[in-house]
Write a protein that binds this ligand. Structure first.
Ligand code: NAG
Ligand code: NAG
Ligand code: NAG
Length: 374
């Protein structure tokens, strides 16, 4: 029995901003000690995440979509703080920050430390996140801005020749590949003629589930892309106690799975053909629904796809046996099987990963086809 590992590489790109980002020279690029508050109520990003989800999902109803709202907030905060006071306040509120008064010359250090404090700590989970700000070659970027972006906001500034699409694409792909160790290679399919800036964001996450399972129990199983179309995907099987709940108004079951590193994943499985309805319901649901542990239930088995979920690949996606020792598993096999329910992730599902103490969303997305590249 091993601790299963979830690893994700993902990318959000294509925020083609049609205004130029660099601002006045910086005086505040000197990290000084600002201690993040113990309880992190300064940011509540679920509303922002849901809006982003709506924005990215609506144009792609049948594609896998996965993004990191928290990681995306980091470079957007940098850009917001560069804007004039009114815009800056509005953008920070839109990102989910509660209003705070921070002296201008401390704002960059203050916000960047708060945000980085919300990323899972190194150790049991590994995260590697960063952003790239591609700027048109005619633009002037002050070295102080580039330093600030890199040192405090995990953001690299790079130039791209947006006037020549082929050249810009090669430049951006090359840089992105370098930053993501070859994991992400293709950034944009298309560019608007007046693009001056593109913000790309990536996050690598490798987390161990808190509970154990046997990774050897993997086999090819059918997965229904739609009522008419079924494919075979490598599927893992688990048996035991699970934190599972039925949400009738969301037409779905949801499975609650903690990681060792104080993050939790919630897998939401819409009834066949109900993905749209579940998504709509999810957007209107109070986010606190997901942050409370679900009741434990005995399940005959859980079956779910094992890897390659677009540009996030789940190595050993999904969970094990909450609280159960190996012996409990054996005992369970002797139950009359038909009396214990089973749940099969054999159709499109949604995914939320949030940080336990602040309840901020690290990831959000949906998997429509586990075999598709993106
Ligand atoms: C997704 O990742 C794979 C490598 O794991 C890469 O070959 C592919 O180009 C990536 N897709 C996109 C859209 O970046
Ligand atoms: C998880 O949170 C608890 C309390 O909130 C803390 O004591 C523990 O160190 C945290 N673990 C990790 C891996 O951050
Ligand atoms: C965060 O905001 C959402 C809606 O935007 C709300 O449902 C939730 O209760 C808030 N969480 C906290 C801890 O304030």
């Amino acid at each position: 029995m091993a601790h299963p590992i979830l690893s994700l590489w993902l990318l959000v790109s294509g925020l083609g901003l049609h205004a130029c980002g660099q601002g006045a020279p910086d005086q505040e690029n000197h990290p000084t000690a600002v201690t993040p508050p113990a309880s992190s109520t300064f940011l509540n990003n679920s509303h922002f995440a849901f809006r982003l989800y709506r924005h990215m999902v609506a144009p792609n109803p049948s594609r896998n979509v996965l993004f990191s709202p928290l990681s995306f907030t980091i470079p957007l905060t940098l850009l917001a703080l560069k804007a004039n006071a009114d815009v800056h306040t509005q953008v920070l509120q839109g990102l989910g920050f509660s209003p705070t008064r921070v002296p201008d010359n401390q704002a960059h250090v203050h916000y960047s430390q708060l945000l980085r404090g919300l990323l899972p700590p190194a150790g049991e989970c590994r995260t590697d996140t960063g952003s790239i700000l591609f700027v048109g070659q005619k633009q002037i970027v002050l070295p102080k801005f580039a330093d600030l972006a890199q040192n405090l906001y995990l953001t690299e500034v790079s130039f791209a020749c947006f006037k020549n699409f082929q050249m810009a694409r090669d430049q951006m792909d090359h840089f992105t590949r370098k930053k993501t160790h070859g994991k992400i290679g293709t950034l944009v399919q298309d560019l608007k003629a007046d693009t001056v800036l593109i913000l790309a964001n990536y996050m690598f996450f490798k987390g161990k589930w808190k509970y154990r399972f046997d990774p050897k129990l993997t086999e090819l199983r059918p997965f229904s892309l739609s009522q008419e179309l079924t494919i075979l995907v490598p599927t893992m099987l688990w048996l035991g106690w699970f934190q599972l709940q039925r949400f009738y108004h969301l037409h779905s079951y949801a499975l609650w799975l903690p990681f060792i590193c104080n993050s939790t994943a919630v897998f939401i499985l819409p009834d066949m053909g109900k993905v749209r309805e579940t998504e709509e319901g999810l957007m209107n649901e109070n986010f606190d629904t997901w942050t409370q542990p679900f009741p434990l239930r005995h399940l005959r088995s859980i079956q779910s796809p094992r890897r390659h979920l677009g540009n996030f690949s789940t190595n050993h996606a999904h969970e094990g046996l909450p609280g159960a020792e190996e012996e409990d598993v054996t005992n369970l096999w002797s139950f009359p099987m038909s009396l214990i329910p089973a749940i099969h992730f054999n159709r499109p599902f949604l995914l939320l990963v949030f940080e336990e103490s602040s309840h901020n969303l690290l990831f959000m997305g949906k998997v429509m086809n586990p075999n598709a590249k993106s």
